[in-house]
Design a protein around this ligand. Structure first.
Ligand code: SF4
Ligand code: SF4
Length: 108
């Protein structure tokens, strides 16, 4: 497999290896340098909106657990969100059949 990127970066002529891209000092821009590393990183601070589960409404259907693309919903006889990992995509809010998950704007 080639180490070259498939397309040049803006302002860069020709192809560059991903490892040559200078990430140090980049702030406020989420980026992933290697596949499958999300579990080792705090990706929760990417969130703008935070899902919050109302366990009184929850019918334990597990849809949020199944559909969360980041496995941020932990199942302990009921759903719990791992806010260290949850990126706030709100897929869980969309799939919940009884609207037991609401989204709240993250505070600073
Ligand atoms: S907001 Fe997205 S990442 Fe977070 S728990 Fe819901 S589905 Fe998973
Ligand atoms: S999708 Fe909604 S009702 Fe189903 S387990 Fe998750 S929070 Fe509960």
């Amino acid at each position: 497999m080639s180490k070259k990127t498939s397309r040049p970066l803006k302002g860069v002529t020709g192809l560059v290896a991903e490892s040559e891209i200078p990430y140090h000092g980049v702030r406020g821009i989420p980026h992933i340098r290697e596949p499958g590393n999300a579990v080792r990183r705090k990706t929760g601070n990417w969130r703008i909106f935070k899902p919050v589960i109302d366990l009184e409404k929850c019918i334990r259907c597990r849809q949020c657990f199944i559909f969360c693309p980041d496995s941020a919903v932990i199942w302990k006889n009921h759903p719990e969100i791992d806010y260290w990992i949850c990126k706030g995509c709100l897929v869980c809010v969309r799939v919940c059949p009884v609207k037991a998950i609401k989204s709240e704007r993250e505070q600073e």
